[in-house]
Design a protein around this ligand. Structure first.
Ligand SMILES: *[C@@H]1O[C@H](CO)[C@@H](O)[C@H](O)[C@H]1NC(C)=O
Ligand SMILES: *[C@@H]1O[C@H](CO)[C@@H](O)[C@H](O)[C@H]1NC(C)=O
Ligand SMILES: *[C@@H]1O[C@H](CO)[C@@H](O)[C@H](O)[C@H]1NC(C)=O
Ligand SMILES: *[C@@H]1O[C@H](CO)[C@@H](O)[C@H](O)[C@H]1NC(C)=O
Ligand SMILES: *[C@@H]1O[C@H](CO)[C@@H](O)[C@H](O)[C@H]1NC(C)=O
Ligand SMILES: *[C@@H]1O[C@H](CO)[C@@H](O)[C@H](O)[C@H]1NC(C)=O
Ligand SMILES: *[C@@H]1O[C@H](CO)[C@@H](O)[C@H](O)[C@H]1NC(C)=O
Length: 757
């Protein structure tokens, strides 16, 4: 099978400097607010609905209903857009844009719960529509129906199959803190002030008689803060007594675990009455921000966030797939019974507020490692998800397609107010402009020099804009509308990729740009979804071996630069090269297909192997010594990308043969077998010893991914001059920091997992 190969180019090492210069967040004076509108009061036993199958997105897929303890599908007979509208709204989207028949997203399993469904379109739930009745169907799963929903959430929608709180959305929509006037220079986030609640006619206060610290906890959580702190009421009393207050609420009785004030038992003052608050005053609260949002840096150091829980793959701050650390290895949480209460525990322990959404079905991409927990059932006041009741996972319980995720409430920082994009064709693309102030404090918008601009910087810009992931970072933007361009005000931008705002990235003190014209200014194309490639580490470990390959079989490989430099001096065709061979299986576990950036017109034909390469550098293969320096020459591999195989229910879409479309579909993987030409490291010149083998996918961030921290794979490698062993093969972010340090110290004995040596 000579389907695939790669070619190498001269070794180039790009060192990435992770400098971090926090500086001058632009601040506005908008009050801090949370707008988690609750769901319409859920019927006591709400029907669960989910999207399943492939290739689906978060807003489209096969419809599955949970009834009588079992997930099942809907048959497409008589299906209509009206049915789809009902289902999309149940899933939290504003409406449907289409529906699909004949199992477009693959065949479901188990029951076909509904058939001949006839909705009018206005029903609150699919089970209120006409049908043949539960479980009564003459269809097969080849007729499973699907929906495509408009990618716009019902404002503040909380997964309806999860929220269990009875809430009254008509009365309390939003909550904000109003700081008292006259206090010193206002900084964001606003952590303390008079609590105001929004009702249909405006904002009003709450009477503080009977107010508890549990109520404060709920308010702080909504506003993005994990904890509450004591407030000096006397300070506010004088001021507030002089104000005319409108009390909308009294007798608030939260348990403290609610994610919204509206979920707490409340007593409303009579409508429009300027009710009084006998013996009390408006509620004032003070919240403790998480370390990320703290102004006081000495305090920041003291407050630690959880080190055995993390969020991965989210587009925005405070969202992502939930991962937990056990025995020094990260794993995921299965979504069975995943709830807002459990999600809130995770959010708070990470320094955010309560949870806005508890997401199921790998909506933030799939993990690769172990799945540790199932049926997590937090009460809401636990310090960590590890303190909540949960079930250990068994083999059949769960797959990564069910990975749980969260969206947390985060404090309002106003970061999106100091950045904008202009000139693009849609609201997701354009030239990046930042707000800066001159010495007199006059603010103005200006462009960014494109010279140092890469995907990494674009990632920060898209995040700051609230537009998701960076699909591309552009160094030239001449093809966009340039009628109103501004001056260049920033250059030399270098981000690590994890900053909250461009102002936190390293950049020149004064503008220094070779090409200062607007057409060479930085641009972005942002995207709500992205791919995520991960290498199967255990397969590398299991398939490794050494081959002494005769030179006469290596002409093609030499032509594609797959051998180290010394091969040029060999006595061709006599002799051999020593090759470290292994298989790589590269999975796309993200939420968009992985596609080469270059269009087909620029793909390169490789005559020797008989196919096109669509990416110049797709992976790096290296062997490092204890110093981290390369002993086997870095091998930059280019691939022909295709779906070799897919998860159940996913169909292949990309293939290399016949100038086919190249890429990797979500839920599929591309396999490079150990016996394919160039799938190796040339170790002819390597001395026996202990090394680290490293593979990095998409090393230049050429194609957008939701997570780049999992693109590297490392193994300990022992070579005795005849045979080779790999162990502890793992994805770059799979181990705890501590375990990673021990790993790097190799050749010392590391993990209990290497026992055979
Ligand atoms: C509300 O206020 C308006 C105007 O002040 C008044 O006409 C109306 O009677 C009030 N309604 C109630 C229920 O108090
Ligand atoms: C920061 O926090 C420390 C410790 O609580 C406190 O002593 C100090 O006054 C605070 N600094 C500012 C500027 O608020
Ligand atoms: C899960 O299994 C581990 C051992 O593998 C055990 O220590 C732990 O108590 C179990 N937890 C639960 C909730 O069953
Ligand atoms: C700042 O203000 C002074 C006095 O108003 C003015 O002369 C100067 O030009 C201003 N500088 C800038 C950069 O606008
Ligand atoms: C350019 O600016 C002018 C004046 O501010 C505005 O009227 C016009 O719509 C802008 N053009 C574009 C393409 O944004
Ligand atoms: C990774 O490879 C191992 C070994 O061949 C295999 O058992 C496992 O299923 C693979 N993992 C995935 C996610 O495909
Ligand atoms: C580390 O690097 C230094 C300088 O390049 C070299 O002298 C030393 O031998 C290296 N150590 C190992 C263990 O390779």
């Amino acid at each position: 099978m000579m389907e695939k190969s790669r070619h190498t180019r001269q070794l180039a090492v790009s060192l990435l400097f992770g400098l971090w210069f926090p500086c001058c967040l632009s601040q506005t004076t908008a009050p801090s607010r949370a707008s988690v509108a609750p769901t319409p009061s859920a019927a006591p036993q709400q029907l669960k609905v989910r999207l399943a199958g492939y290739p689906r997105k978060h807003n489209e897929g096969r419809i599955e209903l949970f009834y009588k303890g079992e997930w099942g599908t809907i048959c497409d007979d008589d299906f209509s857009i009206a049915n789809a509208n009902v289902l999309c709204r149940q899933l939290g989207f504003v409406s449907a844009t289409g529906w699909t028949h004949s199992a477009k997203y693959g065949n479901g399993q188990g029951k076909i719960w509904l058939d001949n469904v006839l909705c009018n379109g206005g029903e609150k739930s699919i089970d209120l529509c006409k049908s043949r009745g539960w479980g009564n169907s003459d269809c097969t799963h080849d007729e499973d129906a699907g929906v495509v929903c408009k990618d716009e959430r019902i404002p503040g929608f909380v997964d309806s199959n999860i929220i269990d709180a009875q809430v009254d959305e008509k009365k309390v929509e939003e909550v904000r803190l109003r700081p008292v006037v006259g206090t010193a220079r206002r900084k964001l986030p606003i952590t303390e002030g008079v609590v105001e609640v929004k009702h249909k006619d405006g904002w009003a206060q709450i009477c503080d008689v009977g107010w508890t610290v549990k109520n404060t906890r709920v308010v702080c959580g909504m506003l993005g803060f994990p904890h509450e702190r004591k407030v000096n009421k006397n300070f506010y009393k004088l001021y507030l007594e002089r104000q005319k207050n409108l009390y909308l609420l009294r007798s608030v009785a939260c348990l403290g675990s609610e994610v919204h004030l509206a979920a707490c038992p409340l007593e409303f003052s009579r409508p429009n009455a300027t009710a009084t608050c006998a013996g009390g005053m408006p509620v004032v609260v003070s919240c403790m921000p998480g370390p990320l949002f703290m102004q006081n840096s000495s305090l920041k150091k003291k407050v630690k966030v959880s080190s055995n829980v993390r969020l991965k793959g989210g587009a925005r701050l405070g969202e992502g797939r939930v991962e937990v650390l056990k025995d020094n290895e990260w794993g995921t949480v299965c979504d069975d019974r995943w709830s807002l209460l459990s999600a809130s525990v995770v959010c708070r322990e990470l320094g955010f507020g309560s949870a806005k959404e508890a997401l199921t079905g790998a909506r933030m991409g799939q993990g690769m490692g172990p799945i540790y927990m199932n049926e997590v059932k937090c009460v809401g006041n636990e310090k960590s998800i590890w303190n909540c009741p949960f079930k250990n996972i068994t083999a059949e319980d769960c797959q990564h397609m069910e990975d749980a995720a969260v969206r947390c409430n985060i404090p309002y920082m106003g970061l999106e107010n100091s950045i904008r994009i202009t000139g693009g064709r849609s609201r997701f693309e354009g030239r990046v402009e930042v707000l800066s102030s001159d010495t007199n404090g006059t603010e103005s918008w200006g462009l960014i020099c494109g010279e140092t601009w890469t995907t990494r910087e674009a990632m920060v810009a898209c995040r700051q804009l609230g537009l998701g992931y960076a699909n591309q970072g552009l160094q030239e933007t001449w093809y966009w509308d340039s009628s109103n361009v501004t001056e260049m005000v920033m250059s030399g931008v270098k981000c690590t990729g994890s900053e909250m705002a461009l102002s936190q990235c390293q950049h020149h003190k004064t503008v220094n740009c070779q090409k200062a014209a607007a057409k060479f200014s930085a641009g972005v194309i942002c995207s709500e979804t992205a791919s995520d490639l991960v290498l199967n580490a255990s397969l590398v470990e299991q398939t490794v071996y050494i081959e002494d390959r005769p030179l006469h079989m290596l002409y093609c490989a030499a032509e594609e630069d797959c051998l180290s430099k010394s091969a040029a001096k060999a006595n061709w065709p006599y002799g051999h090269r020593r090759l470290l061979r292994f298989s790589s299986q590269i999975h796309n576990v993200g939420r968009a297909d992985f596609k080469p950036k270059a269009g087909r017109h620029s793909w390169v034909w490789h005559a020797c192997h008989g196919h096109y390469h669509s990416m110049d550098v797709f992976t790096h293969y290296d062997l490092l010594n204890a110093n981290g320096s390369k002993v086997a020459e870095g091998h930059k591999a280019s691939f022909c990308l295709e779906d070799t195989e897919c998860q159940e229910g996913v169909s292949k879409r990309y293939e290399c043969a016949n100038f086919g479309d190249q890429g990797i579909t979500v839920g599929c993987w591309d396999l490079y077998r150990h016996d394919i030409d160039c799938q190796w490291l040339d170790i002819t010149d390597v001395k026996p010893g202990n090394y680290i083998m490293q593979v990095v996918i998409n090393p230049n961030y050429e194609v957008a991914e939701s997570d780049f921290t999992n693109n590297g794979m490392k193994c300990n490698c022992k070579y005795d001059g005849h045979r080779i062993w790999l162990h502890n093969c793992h994805i770059g972010d799979a181990f705890s920091e501590e375990a990673e340090k021990r790993f790097e110290k190799y050749p010392g004995q590391i993990n209990n997992r290497i026992s055979q040596l």
